[in-house]
Design a protein around this ligand. Sequence first.
Ligand code: SF4
Length: 240
Amino acid sequence: MDGADLLPNSAPFPRVSLESLRRKITACRRCPRLVRWREKVAREKKAAYRREVYWGKPVPGWGDPKARVVVVGLAPGAHGANRTGRMFTGDESGRWLYRALWRAGWASQEESVGRDDGLHLRQVWITSPVKCAPPDNRPTPKERDACAGFFKKELLLLESARVYLALGGFGFEAVARFFGLRPKPKFRHGVEVPLPGGRWLLGCYHVSQQNTFTGRLTEPMLDAVMKQAGRRAGLSVGKD
Ligand code: SF4
């Protein structure tokens, strides 16, 4: 089953639920290098977080199960999601992303510091094609493929999704692969690719410090992409 089966009246809906998928993901130890790395980071910690207990496990997606916008990153950050156990939570990348979602009106607050910080998402789900923090933010193709089954099941369960907002080329390619797009669309910031069933794949520079500190990605640029996503998903954005 591939992304084309997301079309209405197509293949039967998978019986697995998001909750059972979440349990399967968090128990996974399939990639030896990533298991070693995520646990090493969790043991050794960053000085600023030395008193904290790191999550140190795969990080499942989270958000509104009825989301119309699915934000697709790359993988958990070593001292962000791998520490807190929630995607884009507890690091600078997450601060940028959640502030933008809050400005768009899709997050209940602009801060995202831990799993119990009271943050709620409306109409948005946040995930990644690889569920474990990789060294240097670079999973191998073998690790990407090992995790593809989880990503695929997750996207199939998010039935209401209309827009897949990919932060960076890795997430963009993963969504394109899921939908079996040929020829492969080229990632660029702001690109919009039509998908089966009236859905859309949108490209946005990743909210990594590499992009935000250098000015390659600015807050107005991120807000503009959120507006694009909202328009394609039929959602109101901010004061629109
Ligand atoms: S990256 Fe995915 S497949 Fe590999 S260990 Fe983590 S959850 Fe399992």
